[in-house]
Design a protein around this ligand. Structure first.
Ligand SMILES: [Zn+2]
Length: 194
């Protein structure tokens, strides 16, 4: 394990490498700030910060729900190829099993945040989220399927290299979302992107 002191030294050297003087006033605190920032934006490597995913027995609130649940939100991550930000919107859906469990709505966003807080590729990020949420629902009466779609802007594409604005779309579909065109179509109909 590399120490914090060593990491600060390495950041200083990196600053020198890009042509900076790490000792100038504006940069003196930068390695410290970067270390603190890394702890925050890379908390997804820390198993102790893994969100606890609350689930409820379907029917607990007096109704058994077996239609599609769709949730939408934003994500913010870093690409593992360039360590540059990619961010955008996600759409998540699942079909609860009437005998199984349902997800606490706020937990979906927490799982997205946790899985985003490490070096990622968008193709893996959609899978990581679906896998974590699938596990949380247990395998006795698993949901009939899950879907995750992400649309992200990648700064490694926009701020360097090709310098093109635009969104990348990645999806991960399981169960009915993968097997049934009708279910997939219903999910896609909830997605309103200009
Ligand atoms: Zn990249």
């Amino acid at each position: 394990m590399i120490t914090e002191e060593q990491a600060k030294k390495d950041i200083k050297e990196l600053l020198e490498f890009i042509g900076e003087d790490p000792e100038r006033v504006g940069l003196q605190e930068t390695p410290d700030r970067m270390i603190r920032m890394f702890r925050e934006i890379f908390r997804g490597y820390d198993p102790f910060q893994k969100p606890h995913i609350t689930t409820f027995p379907n029917g607990q609130d007096g109704i058994v729900y077996d239609n599609m649940v769709v949730d939408n939100g934003t994500f913010y991550s870093l690409c593992e190829h360039h360590c540059r930000t990619f961010f955008g919107e996600y759409w998540f859906a699942y079909l609860p099993n009437p005998k199984g469990r349902i997800l606490g709505l706020s937990k979906i966003g927490r799982v997205v945040d946790y899985c985003s807080a490490r070096l990622q590729v968008q193709e893996r990020l959609v899978q990581d989220v679906v896998q974590m949420l699938t596990e949380a629902l247990g395998d006795e009466y698993p949901p009939f399927g899950m879907a995750m779609m992400m649309k992200g802007r990648h700064m490694c594409k926009e701020g360097r290299g090709p310098r093109k604005t635009g969104m990348m779309t990645s999806t991960y579909l399981t169960g009915a979302f993968r097997n049934s065109a009708e279910v997939r179509q219903e999910f896609l109909s909830y997605i309103d992107v200009k």
